[in-house]
Each structure stands twice: as structure tokens, then as C-alpha cells.
Design a protein around this ligand. Structure first.
Ligand SMILES: [Ca+2]
Ligand SMILES: [Ca+2]
Length: 508
């Protein structure tokens, strides 16, 4: 929950770092543009002085007056400024994603559609990204924001297996729930770490929050998003699926009873998993992909930098249903043009330039010869300077604080081990879109906020009770009834209404 501690007074007296408007434009005849955005989250980086940021402005030829608000207070400072109509900038980084269309409905920002003829890069990108286009289409059919994006299908949470243990067992990564159970039993019965004790292995080490990620898909459930839609647009709550969710709980209860899901599974945290891996005590993990080479494999006592000695990512598990991984919503920081900007069309052209492919390359790699070099085979590598994160941040890499930057896969690939990047490329095919970002009305949000907390509490308590057997599965129907009495049908009806709007924007 965000803190609204700052008064309006403090907000107007905010610490804003402003460049005095320089009158004569450095870029040659460029117009004056005021941009309200945030500072870098690296305290020692002056983002407006970063080479990458300065190059974008110089190449476009604008005369930019920055209004930069501290990254840590951006939401608390800018939200009241917007509500009070105290913003005097052409381009504004939103303090949030305007999920309830509050700013849109109060007419603070100009619809971008009327400038689409001046925004060839943005319109081309929207056509190439229909899900994002549908997500940012407001209820009135207009598009108001140019978003930065996060990686949505790459480096997502996934299964990881200790390759040395798999080889020792003469097995390959399980593809089904049954194969996984066989593998876990094998690890339980055998001395996988070769210390002479066949009983000190913990076959798998999964943080409780990742169980829905790991096992939901084999039962056809996206328990990560919670709400899910089928091909006909029917919307259901996965935790209230009376057939498949019941099977999911029965399966986990079975693992628990067989000692394959450990007794204290609800208290396993990442530190615990890392400690076990560093002592060669466990064979199966599930976490954000990043952990694979950066937190797990690197602590294995025999890891030599190759996949053969690592915790390696693998395909999702299938059961009655074919497995998948759940991706994440790609929308990041959103940029808008003030309705009262005198330079709205020029601002639209600037935003369009700032999200062009050329600028995205600049955001992701920086400047050739400075932060990166092009290799003989056409690939890129960061230079020695470029591999120094402090230097790279000062240089302005991924300047999502001030421009609509798109997080890149290629520049992540070069940060992780080669085998990890290869594993990510293989797993990408299994990643499905999550429940989309959909603009809500404030009535919808009120209803959801009123009921959803109690529903989620009931879901979490019940899941633990069913899995550990403190509540018998014979009470599953009673559980469904409890969700109904907590007004789940009202919430689902709203989700359905929202999904219909999304489909209309997607297909219309
Ligand atoms: Ca064992
Ligand atoms: Ca052992």
C-alpha cells in the first residue's frame, strides 16, 4: 500500500531538479518541452546528465526542461499534484498505471489518437503488440499513454533440476507429474550427494508461493493470475474450479503424505533453498529464472560454470492437461501528454521518437565503442566499462525513469551464464500470457477491493489445510460454498465484464 504522507503543500514545495530553460535550443530550432519524470533509482546517477539520455534529446533536437522528482517519493508527490491540477509539464510520467482511469476521466491527458499520423513508431509498435494495444485502450476507445515495457515471456519463474543428480539417477528432467513423483522417490531412497547417508536428501525445495506456479498448469489452472478465461471468453476463478482445483489439492496432499513435499513446506524461504543447495542436499527447485545461474547453481559445491554441473531450467510439468508457464504483464512506466500542453503535437513526436527502435537499442546497449562492441559474428558484448554496473547506470542504460524504455532479453542474456540464456530461449515457448491489465471503473474496483481480501485469505488458509490434511478433502464442496458466501460470484461477474471489454479492444 502506498503512503499518502505528503501534504499538497509539501508536494508543491517538492525537491525538483530543474534545468533553467535555455532559450536557444542546442539541437537547432527545437521547441521547448517540459518533462515531469523521476530520478534514477541509483542515488549516485544524475539521469538528466546521462550520455544516453542527452543523446536522445540532442538527436531529436528538443530543448528539454526536466522536472525530476525523487524516485522513492514519485507516487506520493505526483499523485496529489495531478489531483490538484498543479502539473505544468508537456510530458508526464504517470505515478501509477491509472488502472481505474482516474486521470483519463478527469481529462488530465490528451488522447494520443489524434496525433497518430505523427507517431509512426508508436502505431507500428502497437500493431505488432496487440495484447498491449488492447490493454491500454481506455473504455472510451482512445489510447492515452505510451508505455515502457518489462520482459513478459523471458526469464519467468520455472522448474530447475540438479543436473548432476539427474545424471546420477540415469534420468532426464520429468515431463509429467508421474515422472516427477518417480524422481522424487528415487532421490528420497538414494544417497544422491554421496555422503554415505541415504536419508539426508530433501528431494525438492519449493517455496510455498511457487507451488501454484509449478503444479497448477498440469491441472489446466492459472493459479498465478487467479482469474482465467477459456477460448470462448468464459471467466472463472481457478481456486474455485470444482473439478481441477480439487485434483490439484489431492495431488499435493499425496506428495505431502509421501514425504515428497516436506512437512514444513510453508516456512521454506529462498535463503533456506540456497543453504540446502550449497550443501548439496536438494535436487529440485522452482524460482524466478534469474536464480538459476545467479543464486542457485553458483553455490553448488561442484559447479564449474557449465550446465552439466548446474541447476538447469526445464519444461513445465503436464498432467491431464498440457503444462505451461505463466508470463507477466509487460506494461511498465506510462507516459502521457498534458491536456493543457501548448506543444502537444511536438510532444507526441518526441515521445514517438523516444520509443523508436533506434532509441530502444540505445537504451538497451548504449553507444557503440563506449558501452558495447559489435563482435565478428554480429552479436554484441558490453565493453569492460559496460560490464561495470555503476558506470553503466551513470551512462543511462535502460532509462525507464524518463523515457518509454523496453526491457531487453539480449542484454539480460549477456549477464547470465551462456547455458542459462540458452535454457531461457528453450523455455520461452511454454510461457502463456497472464490475465491481462484491463482498465477498471472505480465501482468495479470498489467491489473487488471489498471482497477479494477475504476471498484470498480463505483460499490460502484452505489450501494449506487441504494439502496438510488438517481439513479433509470431503469438505471441498463446503469450501466452494464458503467462497460463494464471500461474494466470489460478484467478483467473477466483474472480471467477466472487464475481460469482455479487453476482448472487444483486442478484436475490434
Ligand atoms: Ca536420499
Ligand atoms: Ca546423502
Amino acid at each position: 500500500m502506498k503512503k499518502r504522507v505528503l501534504s499538497m503543500l509539501l508536494a508543491s514545495a517538492m525537491v525538483v531538479s530543474m534545468l533553467a530553460g535555455c532559450g536557444g535550443a542546442a539541437g537547432g530550432g527545437g521547441k521547448h518541452l517540459k518533462i515531469l519524470a523521476e530520478t534514477s533509482n541509483y542515488a549516485n546517477v544524475d539521469i538528466k546528465e546521462a550520455e544516453i539520455v542527452k543523446k536522445v534529446i540532442a538527436d531529436f533536437g528538443a530543448d528539454v526542461e526536466w522536472q525530476l522528482v525523487d524516485y522513492n517519493n514519485y507516487q506520493d508527490t505526483v499523485t496529489p499534484m495531478l489531483s490538484a491540477g498543479q502539473v505544468d509539464a508537456d510530458i508526464v510520467l504517470l505515478p501509477d498505471q491509472d488502472a481505474n482511469q482516474t486521470y483519463i476521466k478527469s481529462g488530465l491527458f490528451t488522447p494520443l489518437n489524434k496525433y497518430f499520423d505523427s507517431m509512426p513508431n508508436f502505431t507500428k509498435w502497437l500493431d505488432a503488440n496487440p495484447v498491449i494495444k488492447a490493454e491500454i485502450t481506455a473504455e472510451d476507445g482512445n489510447i492515452y499513454y505510451v508505455p515502457g515495457t518489462n520482459v513478459g515471456k523471458d526469464y519467468q519463474p520455472c522448474l530447475m533440476y540438479n543436473q548432476v543428480w539427474l545424471d546420477k539417477a540415469g534420468k532426464t528432467a520429468p515431463k509429467t507429474l508421474d515422472e516427477l513423483v518417480d524422481l522424487l522417490k528415487y532421490y528420497k531412497d538414494n544417497d544422491m550427494n554421496g555422503n554415505g547417508d541415504a536419508n539426508d536428501e530433501i528431494p525438492m525445495s519449493i517455496m510455498a508461493d511457487f507451488l501454484p506456479y509449478m503444479f497448477g498448469p498440469a491441472f489446466g489452472l492459472d493459479l498465478v493470475s487467479g482469474f482465467q478465461a477459456d477460448a470462448s471468453g468464459n471467466v472463472t476463478y481457478a481456486y474455485a474450479d470444482s473439478a481441477n482445483y480439487k485434483k490439484y489439492l489431492e495431488f499435493l496432499n499425496g506428495l505431502y503424505k509421501d514425504g515428497l513435499l516436506e512437512q514444513e513446506y510453508t516456512s521454506i524461504d529462498r535463503d533456506k533453498v540456497i543453504e540446502r543447495i550449497s550443501n548439496d542436499l536438494t535436487g529440485v527447485a522452482y524460482d524466478f529464472s534469474w536464480a538459476m545461474s545467479m543464486m542457485y547453481s553458483n553455490v553448488l559445491p561442484y559447479y564449474d560454470g557449465t550446465a552439466a554441473t548446474a541447476f538447469v531450467g526445464a519444461a513445465p510439468l503436464s498432467g491431464d492437461k498440457e503444462g505451461f508457464y505463466v508470463g507477466r504483464v509487460e506494461l511498465g512506466n506510462m507516459f502521457a501528454i498534458s491536456a493543457n500542453s501548448k506543444n502537444a503535437e511536438y510532444a507526441a513526436k518526441f515521445l514517438d521518437y523516444a520509443m523508436s527502435d533506434a532509441c530502444q537499442e540505445l537504451y538497451q546497449w548504449g553507444i557503440e565503442g563506449e558501452s558495447y562492441v559489435v563482435n565478428a559474428d554480429g552479436t554484441r558484448s558490453f565493453t569492460e566499462k559496460g560490464q561495470d554496473n555503476d558506470w553503466l547506470q551513470q551512462f543511462g542504460i535502460n532509462p525507464s525513469f524518463v523515457f518509454p524504455a523496453q526491457q531487453s532479453v539480449a542484454s539480460t542474456d549477456v549477464l547470465v551464464a551462456d547455458w542459462h540464456a540458452k535454457s531461457n530461449a528453450e523455455l520461452r515457448q511454454y510461457v502463456v500470457d497472464p490475465w491481462p491489465f484491463i482498465y477498471a471503473t472505480s465501482d468495479e474496483t470498489d467491489t473487488i477491493n471489498t471482497y477479494m481480501t477475504d476471498i484470498e485469505t480463505k483460499v490460502n488458509e484452505s489450501a494449506t489445510a487441504f494439502i496438510t490434511g488438517t481439513r479433509p478433502m470431503t469438505e471441498f464442496d463446503a469450501y466452494i460454498g464458503e467462497l460463494d458466501s464471500l461474494h466470489l460470484p460478484d467478483v467473477t461477474a466483474i472480471r467477466k465484464q472487464q475481460y469482455d471489454r479487453y476482448l472487444k479492444a483486442l478484436n475490434g
